[in-house]
Design a protein around this ligand. Structure first.
Ligand SMILES: NC(=O)c1ccc[n+]([C@@H]2O[C@H](COP(=O)([O-])OP(=O)(O)OC[C@H]3O[C@@H](n4cnc5c(N)ncnc54)[C@H](O)[C@@H]3O)[C@@H](O)[C@H]2O)c1
Length: 365
């Protein structure tokens, strides 16, 4: 039986391109309107997808009674306001990572979500990629035992990103824009991180471009049960060949095995509890699902996966994760990481929450 088709509006048509493709390919969604304040961008997407219903005014989508869900892909510092407006206008929300960029905005969003009863789901795309899904499935099936430690990195040559005007503003931090992916992976396997410490710097390439905040960072985490994890990010230099070193990786070291998910390469390896070693690759059809545009800078399969999962959650009444509480929990950890970069000292997440008057019970840590 075909379920209720949800009507979608998409805000921000740079990365929103992937969600246009996902919605148009899905039986669970009807794309109603696309929006970008830059009309040339609207026209470009209208032409690319032969979809003419665009607007340059967010208010038009907010006022459209037929739209059930708004998916947000505006610059990081605008997410909180755009999420709030959507919920106040009776829409559920998908918001790309990072969910917000400042914990000072968290309590108001939690209150608006509570008051309106609207759901906010974080479009944490990396969880919905094939190797990450397989790694999670094997872990949950008990194939490698209990987690001892987890490490994750996101290293990319994103010097092209320095040409976007908003990347050179004080408000832009790769800590939130980039590390939100591996930090989410850490929290997925090791919740309750209570303390973090790390160092960061701006590389000479970042300095030359006029970048204001760190582009190169290493951190270690300690959870409340004593387990430890680490994460790193480097964004303004060349990378190793992908066959040798994936740009984004999650390694689980467990009591009876270990596994590694390599993001873009669609590569997964595992040593399970029988001692068997396996390296899994996916074929052309799966490649086509994920990489449906030219090159690898945009890819849409994981957006399709998370959009359909969110549709199911709304139709069937279960919570889609990461939800608003988990999204804000990740921002709390990122903000603690921000503080350790500034002070060079270990930082406790609960001290950060106290500063922003956020009750630990109101979010997922
Ligand atoms: N894998 C992922 O999940 C992933 C990948 C890349 C980017 N992102 C996220 O997507 C977001 C957008 O990144 P991007 O690379 O597309 O940036 P971008 O600057 O290319 O695009 C942002 C678009 O938003 C539009 N915009 C800004 N303010 C607006 C407003 N008030 N109303 C309507 N349109 C507005 C701009 O005109 C622009 O076209 C960021 O938060 C980024 O972190 C997520």
């Amino acid at each position: 039986m075909r379920k209720y088709m949800l009507k979608l509006g998409i805000l921000g048509l740079g990365e929103g391109r992937s969600t246009i493709s996902a919605a148009l390919s899905s039986e669970k969604w009807e794309l109603k309107t696309i929006c970008d304040m830059n009309e040339d961008m609207c026209k470009q997407r209208a032409k690319e997808f032969d979809f003419q219903n665009y607007t340059t005014k967010y208010q038009d989508m907010l006022d459209d009674q037929e739209i059930d869900v708004i998916a947000i892909y505006t610059p990081d510092h605008l997410h909180a306001e755009h999420i709030k407006q959507a919920m106040l206008h009776g829409k559920h929300v998908v918001c790309t990572k990072p969910f917000i960029d400042d914990l000072a905005k968290a309590n108001e969003l939690l209150e608006v979500a509570e008051k309106t009863g609207k759901k906010a789901f974080v479009g944490q795309s990396s969880r919905f990629f094939e190797p990450a899904k397989r790694q999670r499935k094997d872990f949950e099936a008990g194939l490698i035992g209990e987690l001892i430690t987890v490490e994750s990195h996101y290293h990319a040559d994103h010097r092209w990103f320095l040409k976007k005007g908003w990347s050179l503003l004080n408000s832009f931090k790769w800590l939130y824009g980039g590390l939100s992916h591996p930090v989410d992976f850490i929290r997925w396997y090791l919740p309750n991180v209570e303390e973090v410490m790390g160092y960061g710097m701006i590389s000479s390439n970042g300095v030359t471009a006029g970048l204001k905040n760190e582009d190169t960072m290493h951190f270690i985490f300690k959870a409340s049960d004593g387990r430890i994890a680490r994460v790193s990010g480097a964004y303004t230099g060349p990378t190793q060949p992908a066959s040798r070193d994936s740009g984004m990786t999650v390694i689980l070291r467990c009591t009876e095995g270990a596994s590694q998910a390599d993001y873009h390469e669609l590569r997964y390896s595992v040593t399970d509890k029988t001692g068997e070693e396996k390296i899994v690759r996916w074929g052309d059809d799966t490649m086509k699902h994920y990489f449906r545009f030219e090159g690898q800078s945009h890819h849409a399969g994981e957006y399709q996966n998370y959009l359909d999962y969110f549709a199911d959650s709304l139709n069937e009444g279960f919570t889609a994760y990461p939800d608003i509480k988990e999204g804000i929990g990740t921002i709390a950890l990122l903000q603690a990481m921000d503080r350790t970069l500034q002070t060079g000292m270990p930082v406790k997440v609960k001290d950060i929450l106290k500063e922003f008057n956020i009750s630990p019970e109101s979010i997922s840590l």
